[in-house]
Design a protein around this ligand. Sequence first.
Ligand SMILES: Nc1nc2c(c(=O)[nH]1)N[C@H]1C(S)=C(S)[C@@H](COP(=O)(O)OP(=O)(O)OC[C@H]3O[C@@H](n4cnc5c(=O)[nH]c(N)nc54)[C@H](O)[C@@H]3O)O[C@H]1N2
Ligand SMILES: Nc1nc2c(c(=O)[nH]1)N[C@H]1C(S)=C(S)[C@@H](COP(=O)(O)OP(=O)(O)OC[C@H]3O[C@@H](n4cnc5c(=O)[nH]c(N)nc54)[C@H](O)[C@@H]3O)O[C@H]1N2
Ligand code: SF4
Ligand SMILES: [Mo]
Length: 747
Amino acid sequence: MSETTAYRICPLCEATCGLELTITDGRITGARGDHADVFSHGFICPKGATIGELEDDPDRLRSPLIRDGDDWREAGWDEAFAAVRRSLGAVTGRHGRQALALYLGNPNVHTLAGGLYAGPLARALGGTNLYSASTVDQMPKHVAGGLLFGDPMAIPVPDLDRTSYLLMLGANPVDSNGSLCTAADFPGKLKALRRRGGTLVVVDPRRTRTARLADRHLPIRPGADAYLFFGVVHTLFTEGLVADTPGVDGVADVERLSRDFAPEDVTGACGVPAEEIRRLARELAAAPSAAVYARIGTCTAEFGTLTNWLVDVVNVLTGNLDRPGGAMFPLAPHRRPGTGSGRGFRTGRWHSRVRGLPEVRGELPATTLADEILTPGEGQVRALITVAGNPVLSLPGGERLGDALGELDFMVSVDPYLNETTRHAHVILPPPPPSRSPHYDIAFGDLAVRNTARYSPPALPLRDGELDECAILARLIGIVSGQDGSGQDATGQDESWRDAGVDEPIIAHLLGKAIADPSSPVHGRDPAELLPLLTGETPALRRLDLMLRLGAYGDGFGAVPGGLSLAVLRDAPHGVDLGPLRPRLPEVLRTPSGRVELCPPPLAEDTVRLRDGLARRRTGLVLIGRRHLRSNNSWLHNLPGLVRGSNRCTLQVNPEDARRLALTDKGTAKVTGAGGTVETEVEVTDEVMPGVVSLPHGWGHGRPGTRMSVAAAHPGVNVNAVTDPLALDPLSGNAVLNGVPVEVQPV
Ligand SMILES: Nc1nc2c(c(=O)[nH]1)N[C@H]1C(S)=C(S)[C@@H](COP(=O)(O)OP(=O)(O)OC[C@H]3O[C@@H](n4cnc5c(=O)[nH]c(N)nc54)[C@H](O)[C@@H]3O)O[C@H]1N2
Ligand SMILES: Nc1nc2c(c(=O)[nH]1)N[C@H]1C(S)=C(S)[C@@H](COP(=O)(O)OP(=O)(O)OC[C@H]3O[C@@H](n4cnc5c(=O)[nH]c(N)nc54)[C@H](O)[C@@H]3O)O[C@H]1N2
Ligand code: SF4
Ligand SMILES: [Mo]
């Protein structure tokens, strides 16, 4: 028996914990927190601890599948890619590139493959049918950041380790472990905040486990955070609490807009008492440092972009943007600092064919994908690529989308499971499990509460028949872009890399830009001298090495002694600490003015909608979502270690509502919304406020043709059969998943 230890960053959520894996005879036999990890210091959650189960799951696909009528047959990679090439070519040959769509799911931000290849794959499409989980998640954040700071990736995060006052809305990091705020051991950081005398206030319709850690929990009517925040802004102005705001335009315009939203005006809409709104404003202004942090509950709502704008308005007006202890901009190791101005950000450069919805960051709202497949005419979608997504369960209208997928001429999915979505594919290309893939978090360095750099090599080698996901995506890009004429003779992995030819042009482009940039450490050097210095067994890793060496802390190919490179990270299995967040204004800005634009016209215009909503009568039940520590969206329900115990897909109902509606605990309720009806188990609890019911997403398993036996035994119901595919935040195209009007009846 041989036993070894390997270190691997957990890819299952945004906390990015360092895992210490025990490997016995080529299998993962243990996973615990890596105490030496410079970022997570030993913290993990039950999901990270079951990573071995994920690896050994007998339902996990280990070789490509090709549809054969109602059956599947296992195929080799060359045969699978040849089938993809033939079928995609037939569709685009007949109908043009607009007939091809791509859906990118959430795990793309958790894999090196997604980080390096999702962008190039999207660009290779050559049409406008790009969809992703971003429009059922955080798109309002990108739009707010884009308009305020000129860069949709400029999303400030709370400086958790140093703040003395944290106001949190629409987030439950004790269960989710945090989002758009990468912080391992979020619960520990909240406890530490209180221990050092700081204050935590949580605004949430549910008394979550996070709310229970807080000094105050303020229940709010779902979808109404923008009202609360305008009330706070109003108070800051009327009580003279606004800090100096050098480098900020539009303060007077925000003041003017806020006049309609006095605490007394908004209290009816949001359900938070006027005096409490004033108190929040006063406390935020008076705290030595304070940060407002708003997450998914505020994004997936009808005023999602307005809310996330107002959150940063409050961070600015209280003097807390970009100062230690406030809301700050991380600087990831593979990024270069900016120049302080740029072209700015706009949306609506094109519109969706059927519903006329504006493009945002090159994407169309995911909830309109079904319309684009089902509506005949020029530009109709006839082929779909999904990578790491399960839109049938994740999107409002997902059930209709499932029907639509059955109508496609061709569908290919890069996914390890035969699930509710991939069962409609014609070819499935499964990636190897995380422990057999190299890892570096491209996405989360931009969002982490401390700057660090960490790389995990594969803990185990690929097994026969497995292909690294970077190679899978590179190969797909080659096919989609028409560059892969290689044909049929690609045998081993080296071949499939070589014929893809995706990375070399990107490397040449990045290097060329750096060489031309007077502020780069490689300015004026010769590419022919630098290229051979790149290390890495694969083109993906060579590209990562390049990004690190040119990045903010890079070695500049020797110009900066002690700087980062892939080799340096390989020698540091627990990561390299780069210190606490540092102020980045104005360098981080990409607005044409080089200033923070506090009152961009699209946001100012959308306040009309908010004002109109003040008069709306608010009666009737609304639905919100819920996350559980042992679950992760739709795809970890096949691990016995995580689904053990009682049913979690319950409808939480306040006792007051339960009495009124004659619902009983453990009884069954029928929940009806604009999208349809589901029947589910009732859980009567005063955790949810009156007038609000809560049902988690990602359930609805056990369908014919899927191959997830454990999930099928714990099916739950699909909440997105109830939510409304037509309900969107207009500025971001983000779906409304919280504050969904529903009717509930006993069965
Ligand atoms: N009602 C409601 N709906 C919601 C939400 C909500 O709160 N309420 N939340 C929304 C949010 S925030 C999100 S992010 C979306 C998620 O929406 P999706 O991304 O569409 O769905 P996931 O459930 O994350 O599915 C992930 C898929 O990736 C596959 N996968 C796992 N690991 C890998 C890998 O390494 N490589 C590849 N190629 N595939 C992999 C899994 O098998 C699964 O099929 O759901 C959204 N939907
Ligand atoms: N265990 C686990 N962890 C996860 C996931 C998972 O499915 N399970 N999913 C991952 C993903 S993809 C994401 S995006 C993140 C999300 O991470 P979080 O943003 O922390 O998401 P949630 O835990 O859903 O918390 C959202 C909170 O918003 C509240 N809420 C709902 N509507 C409103 C509203 O209108 N206003 C306010 N103020 N609050 C509201 C809900 O009651 C809930 O407590 O979690 C990630 N981590
Ligand atoms: S909190 Fe859990 S799932 Fe998230 S990265 Fe850490 S161990 Fe993995
Ligand atoms: Mo998400």
